[in-house]
Ligand binder design. Structure first.
Ligand SMILES: Cc1cc2nc3c(=O)[nH]c(=O)nc-3n(C[C@H](O)[C@H](O)[C@H](O)COP(=O)(O)O)c2cc1C
Length: 195
């Protein structure tokens, strides 16, 4: 059965390197029958600068962030999907602040129960990272990959990643990278059909 995929896209550049790869990924996933929703986390209207640690989500029976803004309904919908894709440029050896504004608040999708241990809603079952960087793998990409691989273990998710090192400063130059386009399309097809 075709899979449902949500992409949290974390670049502030609408037509930048990361969104170029996301476009190739999403296009192939849709052609393979997948349902893909792309959320631009840099364009959401936020009422808070990230998770405020209010713990309102932990007092609720629901898997929801209690902050009243445009990120909360996005977070509440994540368990409707089979695949969560985190797409980010490497900024200062980590994921972008724009992605983190939404991502930290997915804390609301976990309950920390003293007796049962941590548990979530059961979906998504796959976590996927798409990351681009100006430097080589050692200039931040491998670190970001390791971070999200660890997160996937915690979330009990399968993990996949597409890392794009040495991305050109001018994003139009990435358009000609057939190797990256092929890898993104192959990942999109697999996520739509196998995840
Ligand atoms: C604020 C900032 C911080 C960056 N930090 C890193 C870094 O730590 N390591 C790296 O390899 N590239 C770094 N880069 C380069 C970007 O990761 C690279 O240009 C990326 O492809 C930009 O993606 P985008 O066009 O989707 O925004 C940085 C760029 C900016 C603007």
């Amino acid at each position: 059965m075709a899979k449902k995929i949500i992409v949290l896209a974390g670049s502030p550049r609408k037509d930048g390197n990361t969104n170029t790869v996301v476009h190739w990924f999403a296009d192939a996933a849709r052609k393979a029958g997948g349902h893909v929703d792309v959320i631009d986390t840099s364009a959401l209207n936020y009422a808070a600068t990230g998770c405020t640690e209010c713990m309102g989500c932990q007092r609720s029976d629901k898997f929801e962030c209690v902050i009243d803004d445009q990120a909360s309904p996005v977070i509440a919908r994540i368990p409707d999907y089979d695949v969560l894709v985190l797409a980010t440029p490497v900024f200062w050896f980590g994921p972008s602040a724009q992605l983190k504004l939404t991502l930290d608040r997915t804390f609301a999708l976990m309950k920390f129960d003293d007796r049962k241990g941590p548990y979530g809603p059961g979906k998504p079952t796959t976590l996927c990272l798409i990351a681009t960087a100006g430097g080589d793998l050692e200039a931040g990409l491998n670190q970001v990959d390791a971070t999200f691989r660890t997160a996937a273990v915690f979330m009990k998710c399968r993990y996949e990643s597409l890392l794009v090192p040495l991305a050109p400063p001018n994003p139009t130059e990435l358009q000609g990278r057939v190797d990256v386009k092929t890898s993104a399309a192959e990942l999109g097809r697999r996520m739509a059909t196998e995840a």
